[in-house]
Design a protein around this ligand. Structure first.
Ligand code: ADP
Length: 264
């Protein structure tokens, strides 16, 4: 079943910044991991991707950001076919870095954020005054400027993830994808992290797409829920998602939601 219930939560319905049509994908010559995906994402939206482990959430994000090449269908980003899209700085990506990151790598917080600027330029180009200013601004936005000279490996998981957000922000993205960003982060830092995401979305107008297995938290934070289980099985509001999931198991996973306090 595919639900499509879009509400009026400040999202600009007139502007589709991502349009996915009939996209299917399989790794190498294996069976399809994603089948016939259709999804439109509006400017300013805040979407939670939910689904069981191995259902294709990370794969879909990697397809949209150009890391994996789909075999069927079409994807447009900001109105441009993905094949011709070159403005990658308009997209940010934050993965489960804290688990992947080599904590002994001797790099400072400021250097990690500066790396976000290198992706737009030729190798070997010098760091400019503008790079430094943008790095400072990005770190200030996430409340980590005071830590600029610290080694990244000395930070807590929550602090590190803020730095990776700053690294995405330094190229001034309009959309940020976050793949299980709070895995391994303590509860208090998670709360602060979600507050930061609300600021990025509501105050800075950045469109957010987040994958998380913490469905209860997601339904309190996001504007829309998209269910993925090899195909797209719902696109709905958190309220509707909770109503439906309490009466059925249509989303292909056990959903236990006890309380629900929506952000305004
Ligand atoms: P999710 O993010 O929902 O947990 P993934 O997108 O990571 O799911 O994985 C979807 C399916 O694709 C899984 O069956 C997984 O084993 C498979 N898969 C993921 N990455 C690869 C890969 N590099 N090569 C082959 N199969 C993969």
């Amino acid at each position: 079943m595919h639900k499509s219930i879009i509400n009026s939560t400040g999202v600009d319905h007139t502007k589709n910044i991502i349009e996915i049509e009939n996209v299917s994908f399989g790794y190498d010559n294996q069976e399809d991991v994603l089948t016939n995906i259709n999804l439109q994402i509006h400017k300013g939206d805040y979407i939670g991707f939910v689904g069981p482990n191995g259902s294709g959430k990370t794969t879909l994000i990697k397809i949209i950001i150009g890391l994996l090449k789909f075999k069927e269908g079409s994807i447009k980003i900001f109105g441009k076919d993905l094949d011709n899209f070159k403005e990658w700085h308009r997209l940010g990506y934050v993965s489960q870095r804290i688990n992947e990151f080599d904590k002994n790598f001797p790099v400072t917080v400021a250097e990690v954020v500066l790396m976000g600027r290198y992706s737009n330029r030729k190798f070997g180009q010098r760091i400019t005054e503008e790079d430094k200013i943008l790095t400072r601004e990005a770190l200030e936005k996430v409340g980590m400027w005071d830590y600029q000279e610290r080694l990244i490996g000395d930070l807590s998981g929550g602090q590190m993830q803020r730095v990776f957000i700053a690294r995405a922000l330094v190229s001034d993205p309009e959309i940020i994808f976050l793949d299980e960003p709070t895995t391994g982060i303590d509860e208090r830092s998670q709360k602060e992290f979600y507050e930061l995401l609300q600021k990025l979305n509501k105050e800075m107008g950045i469109t957010l797409i987040i994958v998380s297995h913490d469905i209860e938290k997601l339904t309190q934070e996001v504007m829309h829920i998209v269910c993925i289980n090899r195909s797209l099985t719902c696109h709905t509001t958190p309220e509707e998602f909770i109503r439906e999931s309490q009466s059925t198991n249509m989303f292909g996973q056990d959903v236990k939601i006890i309380t629900h306090h929506k952000h305004n």
